[in-house]
Ligand binder design. Structure first.
Ligand code: ADP
Ligand code: MG
Ligand code: MG
Length: 211
């Protein structure tokens, strides 16, 4: 599968649609252990990213520039902590595939893993601290695990499963980063909203790879 900027336009719409469908659910999760805006923030960011990427001329725009446009739009649309985290993720995805016009399955896997790395470095969170890193880290590791040349859909199906498990695992954690860290033991029993939205985005990306 060779992935072009035209395909990335489709990917960002897919992500925006899936996040929009889960907007209220994500706000509810954030209402329990945060300030209740996570669904609104992710919906605004993903919608803005899809619009910005959709407005590009795919014949004139390399994937790196498309990821950069998504990053800028996401950052401008979101005032919450998820803004700079996903903006960094998209910038890193773009940097990972610099100078390519069509992405191979391995290229796309590297871009995917770079997103996780960017989020982790920007937020300085480690796995186990009840954040979106608990979804992104295992998903990136799962995506990179199969040998080079493995089909993208196969690798991302594994990433999707790891993301779901990682997101679920935040239920039993206390938070070391973000707003929820102020609530101590009271957050135990509740999934982290950023971990949940990450699992949705990763499922959208896996769906994209299957299509
Ligand atoms: P805010 O807390 O500013 O309202 P959001 O509601 O959009 O931001 O996002 C909250 C989510 O951001 C959390 O559920 C968590 O997953 C994630 N998060 C917060 N701080 C960090 C961090 N330092 N590193 C990684 N993820 C973080
Ligand atoms: Mg919030
Ligand atoms: Mg907020």
């Amino acid at each position: 599968m060779a992935i072009s900027t035209k395909d990335l336009q489709r990917l960002f719409v897919l992500i925006a649609d899936d996040i929009a469908a889960n907007r209220d659910h994500l706000c509810e999760l954030d209402g329990v252990i945060g300030d209740g805006d996570h669904g609104l923030a992710m919906d605004a960011g993903c919608e803005a990213a899809a619009k910005a990427v959709g407005a590009l001329d795919p014949a004139q725009t390399a994937p790196t520039a498309a990821f950069n446009a998504a990053a800028k739009a996401f950052l401008n649309a979101v005032g919450a902590s998820s803004g700079p985290l996903y903006a960094t993720a998209f910038m890193r995805a773009g940097a990972a595939v610099k100078d390519k016009s069509d992405l191979s399955d391995d290229d796309f896997r590297r871009a995917f893993a770079a997103m996780a790395q960017g989020i982790q470095e920007r937020g300085k969170a480690e796995p186990g601290e009840k954040t979106m890193v608990d979804t992104w880290r295992p998903a990136a590791d799962a995506a990179l695990a199969p040998a080079s040349g493995t089909s993208l859909s196969e690798a991302l199906d594994m990433a999707e499963r790891a993301a779901r498990q990682g997101s679920e695992a935040t239920r039993n954690m206390t938070a070391a980063k973000g707003r929820a860290s102020r609530l101590g033991e009271r957050v135990i029993g509740h999934i982290d909203p950023g971990a949940a939205s990450a699992a949705i985005i990763i499922a959208s990306i896996a769906k994209f790879a299957r299509e």
